[in-house]
Design a protein around this ligand. Structure first.
Ligand SMILES: [Zn+2]
Length: 319
């Protein structure tokens, strides 16, 4: 409500009515955005985007944030709409230790430039590592992807080329890395606070990774988009405290849908084989929305632990 209209209204109100209005306005203005305190007490995963590529699902596309005691440390994917959710989460790019990509479909990477441009207005000095898959004929590698966005002379947003020039003044740098992962999980990065593992997953012909982030003795695993073929994902997800799986197709899916994505029975099988502690279902699409009870029942036939369907900005503590 604009100040002017509040003033006009207050001239017509008095006593208790005015007090009530003041209370309402203060509550309204101070209402935290859903999940804004995510991770304040420890480790947590916040879902920035719970949808797929369809805008009609009314969800941001894929993106997840890992919070550690109130600081956003890791972002996994940055699909369309997720940059807005990032802002709503209260996170800042300057807090991030690393950016991880599962693959470069637009619903996983489309808002990356928006996130990066926002960081221009923060005070970040240290480099920002970006890890994602190597490329093939269908997709750029992670280093190509970053270069295609920001490098001189052909990058789409080359006005930010400082980001990819070593020694540039006044900017931090992006440090992209191509992760060559096979069918067995590999250690990609480790420091005193975090270890990152990846495994190649099958998502049609598109180079794609599933990620495991280890922090504070906990394991958080992101399936990314995959049809669930092979046992690499189950190995990566072994004993995971949180397993974020993509619910992009219903049971019985066939053809291209099935070649790209895993149905609920496969999610349940992987979760059971890996003995994960909790399953979060995300990447919800029009073809799976509304089928939650059937999806859950199908997973339950194989996996008996907790299952949750994600919505944008949901915060899942990792205990
Ligand atoms: Zn996707």
């Amino acid at each position: 409500m604009k100040a002017k209209s509040v003033l006009a209204l207050s001239q017509r109100l008095s006593g208790n009515a005015l007090l009530a209005l003041a209370f309402f306005l203060s509550v309204f203005e101070n209402s935290p955005v859903k999940g804004q305190s995510c991770g304040s007490g420890g480790l947590a995963v916040q879902v920035l985007g719970s949808g797929g590529p369809e805008l009609q699902d009314k969800r941001a596309s894929t993106s997840y944030l890992i919070w550690d005691h109130g600081t956003a440390r890791v972002i996994v994917d940055a699909g369309g709409g997720s940059a807005l959710r990032f802002g709503e989460s209260g996170a800042q790019i300057s807090q991030l230790n690393v950016v991880l990509f599962s693959h470069f479909h637009i619903d996983h990477s489309g808002d990356f430039p928006a996130l990066i441009f926002s960081s221009w207005f923060e005070d970040r000095k240290r480099p920002l590592p970006v890890y994602g898959p190597a490329g093939n004929d269908f997709m750029p590698s992670t280093t190509e992807f970053v270069r295609d966005l920001f490098s001189e002379p052909h990058g789409a947003w080359r006005y930010l080329s400082e980001l990819v020039e070593a020694g540039a003044q006044g900017s931090y740098t992006l440090e992209p890395h191509d992760v060559v992962a096979g069918s067995k999980p590999v250690l990609v990065y480790r420091d005193s606070g975090m270890a990152l593992y990846a495994v190649r997953v099958i998502h049609g012909g598109f180079p794609a990774l599933a990620w495991r982030v280890e922090m504070e003795g906990k394991r958080i695993v992101f399936s990314g988009d995959t049809n669930g073929e092979g046992d690499g994902l189950a190995q990566l997800a072994l004993d995971a405290d949180l397993f974020v799986a993509h619910n992009a197709v219903p049971e019985g899916a066939t053809g291209v849908e099935r070649r790209l994505h895993m149905p609920p029975s496969v999610i349940g099988m992987i979760a059971a084989n890996a003995h994960v502690k909790q399953v979060i279902l995300s990447h919800r699409m029009l073809r799976t929305l509304g089928k939650e009870s059937a999806t859950e029942a199908e997973i339950r036939r194989r996996f008996q632990g907790p299952i949750a369907f994600a919505n944008d900005l949901d915060c899942f503590p990792v205990r």
